[in-house]
Design a protein around this ligand. Sequence first.
Ligand SMILES: [Ca+2]
Length: 469
Amino acid sequence: MKFRHILSLAFGILIVPLSAREAMDRPNVVIIYLDDSGYGDFAHHGNPVIETPTITKMAMGGADFTQFYVASPACSASRYSLLTGRYPGRSKLGGWVVGPDSKNHLRSSETTIAEALKNRGYATGMFGKWHLGSPNTHNNMSADTLPLAHGFDQWIGTNVSHDYDNSQLLQSDPQGDAPIKEYKRLAMNLPSDRDASISLTTRYTQEATKFIEANKEQPFFAYLAYNQPHLGLYASEKFTGTSRRGLLGDVMAEIDDAIAQVLASIEKSGITRNTLVIFSSDNGPWILYHNVAKNPKYGEARLNVGYAQPFRDGKGSNWEGGHRVPGIFYWPGVIEPRHQLEPASTLDVLPTVLQLCGVDVPKNIDGRDIRQLLSATRFTQAVAPFSFAYSGDNNLPNAYREGPWKLHVKLISQTGDFDGFSASLEKPLLFQIEHDLGERIDRAAEHPEIVERLRTKLTNLTESLKTTP
Ligand SMILES: [Ca+2]
């Protein structure tokens, strides 16, 4: 580019404006990650009353993965795997959720997408829920617990989910000193601060669009992790009462509008062709509360919980409804619109993004480079076959998928609803989940060789997660 510019000056012709980058020259990356958003709560997945036109536009205009997975059906472990490309079993987080008083946090030895891109000269911003550590007396108020220690230049968001009594809304600030240096506290105990809770979606969007517009001339990475639609549900006044689905529909409409604002700021900045936008959710809907009326914390929770249909169960389960989420890669001009039926997972995000951005991929990761699944005409690198382990509350595998086959060696559900099934390592269940989306017909007796192959892979992976850092 520099050479071409010198040439253009020498010959008095303008070849390329100095600021314009080719689409593939260190593209910008935006990841939008919802919280507990059910597979069935999107218009493009067939919900008849929830309106999400912007998300539909992304699905229709990008690579829409119809079999997309998160590595854990719970918040912290899911976010760990998204940001590191590694199975939750490698995290040493101690469990799938890191509470505000937990000593554990994302370790400094891990390489996050933000860190890798920052080293490549990217501006990095995070807007939303972190849930990978909190400074507290158990970890000596360690700065390693929060996003600035893991590759982000700036952050606004909650340390944990907004339904924890001692949750905090924090913002990075060079002059700040609460709860630790370089941060300031905007609100605390969010369940008791309704205005602050309602403001989260708006605040994140405002800060994210400001960040995008401020960095339009250089490569950037923005991670937008909205707190909604995790219980309790909060919608701004503008959206309250607008959806036929009730409060959950209002919340989804507000999220959709927020994403529209993000896309508009990318467009206004003239960088649509330079920007990959990835959309997903951290796990399935929290159906633990779908029978609970007048919950002291969540109100009429049963009315506000979403659906994972056509899949069974939801958050905290190794049935498909816990791990199956939307997966959209939107990049107009680079990724052709397509329904992508090949399965993929959030583990694949880090290696794929780093390859696209010209960064060496760390060796010790579990994900794959899936560029070819985004655009087979532009990218020719072969994609490794899909195999995937489902994780439980101890972050270790309890089910395994290869091709269309899924082996359960244990059943987990926060509702305890197993519909008469049971599973163990000795007597596992086997489903052909492309034929049987609802995991209803056990095929283990018909296919002992598939059972044996998947059981061996699951056992070997479990051993490797326990022993390999
Ligand atoms: Ca979640």
